[in-house]
Design a protein around this ligand. Structure first.
Ligand SMILES: NC(=O)c1ccc[n+]([C@@H]2O[C@H](COP(=O)([O-])OP(=O)(O)OC[C@H]3O[C@@H](n4cnc5c(N)ncnc54)[C@H](OP(=O)(O)O)[C@@H]3O)[C@@H](O)[C@H]2O)c1
Length: 288
């Protein structure tokens, strides 16, 4: 069993950390706000007062936070950041969905510090995190991954090694671009079917029997039709990922389809839907 530091106990992080505790690892947790710490402490985790304190004696340091700014604080803050405190034999694992620019910078910071880094963003939402069914999209050295593989298997059901640092993040952003396009297209189509007075569920059932239907569309359509917008993957997080995808594409991206999908999520945020599940954007086209 390993000594693990888990940094970031949001909706995903706390579920992932809990799996590690249940698997028998010795887990030390840190989170920006104290509220999330209690439940993990109750489950057997040690609590640290900073990322550095959590990381100092860990063999693996896992980070699962919101965005670039949060990741920078966790790893690189001069006094409290995890990187400076880590043992040189330890492995840093960054699982947040971040920009290509920042993960590259973090890779260079880890190298300068002499610490091995894996980028390991995940596909799969809260239920997958709870069930240990996440899909890992990993960038970094194969030898480092082989040392971390057993640990990642505690939280995930598949591990894809995509290449050097940056390749995992790019694959994750591409995955979420495809997801977002399907969300916005389905939202518009459901609104069209309703306006047309057809039996929406029957129509979608027929489409679901064709090869164009993606597995995730079952979940998306169910959420939109039942108007259940309890956050799993909130609008503001998928919009953040679109922003990172555009940043990766450079100054003059030619991605009109992605731009249109992003504008739907931006509009959703403007309309106060940022904290709701991504499927809540159906309300932009099909208001009650
Ligand atoms: N939700 C999903 O379905 C899903 C699926 C795959 C990947 N992801 C990605 O996984 C990451 C975490 O997602 P989540 O759903 O767990 O998000 P979340 O519930 O919003 O949690 C965000 C975490 O980041 C921390 N944080 C935010 N800003 C910070 C800062 N400036 N400094 C330090 N910590 C900060 C929060 O701390 P506080 O508790 O103090 O606010 C919290 O622990 C994101 O990158 C997301 O895009 C999410």
């Amino acid at each position: 069993m390993s000594n693990i530091a888990f940094l970031g106990l949001g909706a995903m992080g706390r579920r992932m950390a809990l799996r590690l505790i249940k698997a028998g690892h010795q887990v030390t947790v840190w989170n920006r706000s104290a509220q999330a710490l209690e439940a993990l402490a109750g489950a057997g985790a040690r609590v640290a007062s900073s990322p550095a304190q959590a990381a100092a004696s860990a063999e693996f340091v896992i980070c699962m936070v919101r965005d670039d700014a949060a990741s920078r604080v966790v790893w690189c803050e001069p006094e409290s950041g995890a990187l400076a405190a880590m043992q040189s034999s330890a492995i840093a694992i960054e699982s947040s969905t971040l920009s290509i620019g920042w993960i590259g910078e973090l890779g260079r910071a880890a190298q300068a510090r002499g610490v091995a880094l894996l980028e390991a963003p995940v596909s799969g939402s809260r239920p997958a995190a709870e069930a240990g069914q996440l899909v890992y999209l990993v960038g970094g050295e194969a030898g480092v991954l082989s040392r971390a593989e057993a640990l990642l298997n505690t939280m995930g059901s598949a591990i894809h090694h995509l290449g050097p640092i940056g390749s995992g993040t790019l694959t994750k952003l591409a995955t979420n671009s495809l997801l977002g396009i399907q969300v916005t297209a389905l939202a518009e189509i459901i609104a069209l079917l309703k306006r047309s007075g057809t039996d929406v569920e029957r129509c979608l059932g027929a489409i679901a029997g064709t090869s164009v239907w993606a597995p995730v569309a079952h979940y998306l359509a169910k959420s939109m039709l039942s108007r259940d917008f309890q956050p799993q993957f909130p609008v503001e997080l998928i919009e953040k990922d679109f922003a990172y995808t555009f940043a990766a594409a450079g100054a003059e991206p030619s991605m009109p389809t992605l731009a249109a999908a992003r504008s739907v999520f931006s509009q959703g945020i403007q309309q106060g839907l940022g904290g709701d599940n991504m499927t809540a954007v159906v309300q932009l086209f099909d208001p009650r």
